[in-house]
Ligand binder design. Structure first.
Ligand code: AMP
Ligand code: MG
Length: 426
C-alpha cells in the first residue's frame, strides 16, 4: 500500500472551528490511495466484489443474426410493394436448431424467436401479421414490415473484444449473468479489504457478559460489522478496549499489524479526545475534526504505523447513530476508494416532508426518516421519533436518511427534502 507522507490537514472555518461535511469528504477521498492486490475468483463467488481489470467480451452477442419474433424469415427484397404475395415455406428454424438449406426467391422459413437467421434472409414477418397459410405456403401482406425488420444483428448487444464489464465495478447480479452469458468463468478481482474494528469505553460490555449498573452493551461493533459485511470487507473484530492509553496503544498496534484500515468508535469527543490524541500521535498522523454536522460532530482520521506496517484509521464518535452516519457519509466512500471501486455516491431522492422539521442553519443534519408513497403516488417522508444521536431505535425504524444541507433552515410540511434510502435493489 502506498501512502502520502503529508497529514490530511484542513483549515477549520473561523466561527466555531468546525469543518464542513463536503470538505472532510474531499480530504479523506484525496488522501486515500487504492490498494492494488488482485486475485482470480470464479464468477459465482464474485458478487459484491470489485473488478480489477476490464473484462473484454470473447464473443459477439448475439453470436449470429437471429429472429426477434416468431414468424417467417425471408429476403426483404421479395416483400410485395402492394397487395399480397404468396411465399413457399421451405423449412423451419428453431432456437438452437438452425435451418441449413438455401432460401430462394419468394421462399421463406418458419422461424422461432432467437433462431439463427437462414443465410439469405434479412427480414422476419411476425406470425400474427400473416394472412392465409397451409403447410407449404403462406400469404403475406404488403406494408407491414420493411427489409431488415425483426432481426437482431450479430454483435449488436456487445461486439467481440469490447469491454463487457469495466474495472472498478462493484459486481451486481446482472454483471454475474452478463459474464456467464459470455462464457467467462473467472474474473480478476481486487483482494478483499481487511478492516479491524474495536469499541472503546469502560462502560461497554460485549454480548454474553453480565451488565453491571451503569454499563451498556456495545452496539457499535455490531452495526459496523453489518455495514462492513455489506461492503464485502474481511472483518477483524478486536472487541472492547478499555479507556486507558496502554490498552488503546496495544489495540491500535494489533489492528495495524493485520488490517488495511482500522475503525474505532468512542473516545474522540471532548474530554476523552486528549489521551486518544496523544496515543494516536505517537503511532501515526491523525487529525481530529469537529465537523459541522449532526449527529457525528467529532471524528478522527489519518494513518497509524506499527512494526513497519501502516493502516488508515477512522476514529468515529461513540454515539450509536453517529457511528452509522459517519460510516455511511465518510467511511463507506473511503473504503470503496481503497478497494479500487469506481465512485459510488449514494443516490439521493427527493420527497415531500409530511410535517415540519426543525433545523438550525450552519450544519448538515442527517435525520432518520420513513419514506413512503402517498395516495397520489407521491414520495413523502416523515421523521422517526427522537433524533438523539444515541437513539439507535430511530435508525432501526427508519428506511432512509433525510439530509438537510448546511445552509438550510427549518423545513415546513410540504417542502421538498433530499433523502438517501437505506436499501437499494442491486
Ligand atoms: P464517547 O464518544 O466515547 O464519549 O461516547 C459517546 C456516547 O456513546 C456515550 O454515551 C457512550 O456510552 C456511547 N457509546 C460509546 N461507544 C459505544 C458502543 N460501542 N456501543 C454503544 N454505545 C456506545
Ligand atoms: Mg467513551
Amino acid at each position: 500500500m502506498s501512502f502520502d507522507n503529508s497529514t490530511p490537514a484542513c483549515t477549520p472555518s473561523p466561527d466555531d472551528g468546525a469543518v464542513s461535511v463536503a470538505r472532510v469528504q474531499r480530504i479523506i477521498q484525496d488522501f486515500i490511495k487504492p490498494q492494488h492486490g488482485m486475485e482470480l475468483v470464479p464468477v459465482p463467488e464474485a458478487l459484491g466484489r470489485v473488478l480489477a481489470a476490464d473484462v473484454l467480451s470473447p464473443i459477439n452477442v448475439p453470436a449470429h443474426d437471429n429472429s426477434a419474433m416468431d414468424g417467417f424469415a425471408l429476403r426483404g427484397t421479395d416483400l410485395p410493394d402492394d397487395g399480397t404475395a404468396v411465399f413457399r415455406i421451405v423449412g423451419t428454424a428453431y432456437a438452437g436448431r438452425p435451418f441449413a438449406g438455401a432460401v430462394g426467391t419468394r421462399e421463406c422459413v418458419r422461424i422461432m424467436t432467437g433462431a439463427v437467421m437462414p443465410a439469405q434472409c434479412d427480414t422476419v414477418i411476425p406470425q400474427e401479421q400473416t394472412l392465409e397459410r397451409d403447410a407449404d405456403f403462406v400469404r403475406l401482406p404488403s406494408g407491414v414490415v420493411h427489409p431488415g425488420d425483426n432481426r437482431r444483428l450479430q454483435g449488436e448487444d456487445l461486439a467481440k473484444d469490447q469491454p463487457a464489464v469495466h474495472r472498478g465495478r462493484v459486481l451486481r447480479p446482472a454483471d454475474l449473468g452478463l459474464l456467464a452469458s459470455l462464457g467467462v468463468a473467472e474474473v480478476p478481482l481486487r483482494r478483499r479489504l481487511k478492516v479491524a474494528i474495536f469499541s472503546t469505553g469502560d462502560e461497554l460490555r460485549s454480548l454474553g457478559e453480565p451488565l453491571e449498573p451503569g454499563c451498556i452493551y456495545d452496539s457499535n461493533r455490531y452495526t459496523l460489522r453489518g455495514m462492513l459485511q455489506r461492503l464485502g470487507c474481511e472483518i477483524i473484530d478486536l472487541g472492547v478496549v478499555r479507556d486507558d492509553p496502554t490498552s488503546l496503544e496495544a489495540a491500535l498496534r494489533g489492528a495495524c499489524a493485520q488490517a488495511d484500515a482500522i475503525i474505532t468508535s468512542g473516545g474522540v469527543s471532548v474530554g476523552e479526545a486528549d489521551y486518544t490524541k496523544q496515543v494516536m500521535d505517537t503511532l501515526g498522523q491523525v487529525n481530529f475534526w469537529k465537523i459541522s454536522m449532526r449527529p457525528g460532530r467529532p471524528m478522527a482520521f489519518g494513518t497509524i504505523n506499527s512494526n513497519g506496517k501502516r493502516a488508515y484509521l477512522f476514529g468515529l464518535p461513540g454515539n450509536p447513530v453517529a457511528v452509522m452516519v459517519t460510516f455511511y457519509f465518510f467511511v463507506r466512500d473511503a473504503l470503496l476508494h481503497l478497494m479500487g471501486a469506481r465512485s459510488q455516491a449514494l443516490p439521493r431522492l427527493r420527497a415531500l416532508a409530511q410535517a415540519d422539521i426543525r433545523k438550525k442553519p450552519g450544519r448538515t443534519e442527517y435525520q432518520r426518516g420513513i419514506l413512503s408513497t402517498d395516495d397520489q403516488g407521491q414520495s413523502v417522508v416523515r421523521i422517526t421519533g427522537s433524533q438523539g444521536s444515541g437513539v439507535l431505535r430511530s435508525m432501526a425504524e427508519a428506511n432512509c436518511m433525510v439530509i438537510l444541507g448546511e445552509s438550510q433552515g427549518s423545513v415546513c410540511a410540504g417542502d421538498w427534502v433530499d433523502v438517501v434510502v437505506f436499501d437499494g435493489l442491486v
